[in-house]
Design a binder for this molecule. Structure first.
Ligand SMILES: Cc1cc2nc3c(=O)[nH]c(=O)nc-3n(C[C@H](O)[C@H](O)[C@H](O)COP(=O)(O)O)c2cc1C
Length: 194
């Protein structure tokens, strides 16, 4: 059975470093035997979470669709910027809504439970988004995901990619390769889909 991997960039910005990093990850995983796809969060627009909204209107369809898509994966790779030492609101709001999905078509779903999760970040700063990933790690663990220890940080991202969006630094590339290898190995051994 094939291993399904979803890559989720936490930025929608045109020219986003994290989207460039996600593209590098796509290229790396595409040459493995895994089935890799990428989610663009602009395809799943969601209101800012509000308990009253949920009580009145229920969980939005986009959260259910994304929950179903995530539930079909063996692994998720989150590629996220750091905002004020934490998770950007787009990513946190999406995760919060998806965590509210309990059932789709009357069938129970737990999109994050037992999901193997890898983390990567790019930042124009010196620390590469380290604190942001720590925050993402706490949230994903709380939701029952198996977050692997290895992660990839691309610091000084303004010079970290060439004109075609490829990583310029061998150390970052090698770190990214070993993150992808570890993610796939872990996903194969812990596969949720038998
Ligand atoms: C509200 C806000 C807060 C930010 N805080 C941090 C930060 O704490 N650490 C950091 O390294 N970069 C920070 N940045 C800079 C982002 O890393 C930078 O905008 C980056 O390019 C965003 O990722 P993207 O290129 O994938 O869109 C912040 C940016 C914004 C807009």
């Amino acid at each position: 059975m094939s291993t399904n991997v979803l890559i989720m960039p936490g930025s929608l910005r045109l020219g986003s470093y994290n989207r460039m990093l996600a593209s590098e990850i796509m290229r790396l995983i595409a040459v493995s035997d895994a089935v890799v796809s990428r989610v663009d969060l602009s395809d799943y627009p969601l209101p800012i979470y509000d308990g009253d909204f949920e009580t009145e209107a229920g969980v939005p369809e986009n959260a259910k669709l994304l929950a179903q898509r995530i539930a079909a994966q063996d692994a998720l790779l989150i590629v996220s910027p750091e905002y004020n030492a934490s998770i950007p609101p787009l990513l946190k709001n999406t995760i919060d809504w998806v965590s509210r999905v309990r059932k789709v078509d009357d069938r129970p779903v737990q999109p994050f439970k037992g999901l193997v999760v890898g983390l990567a970040a790019a930042s124009p700063g010196r620390f590469g988004g380290l604190r942001g990933l720590e925050a993402v790690r706490i949230v994903m663990r709380a939701l029952g995901a198996d977050v692997i220890t290895q992660q990839c940080l691309v610091s000084n991202a303004a010079t970290g990619f060439d004109e075609s969006g490829r990583l310029t630094d061998d150390a970052s590339r090698s770190n990214l390769e070993s993150l992808c290898d570890k993610l796939l190995d872990t996903a194969r051994s812990l596969s949720r889909h038998g």
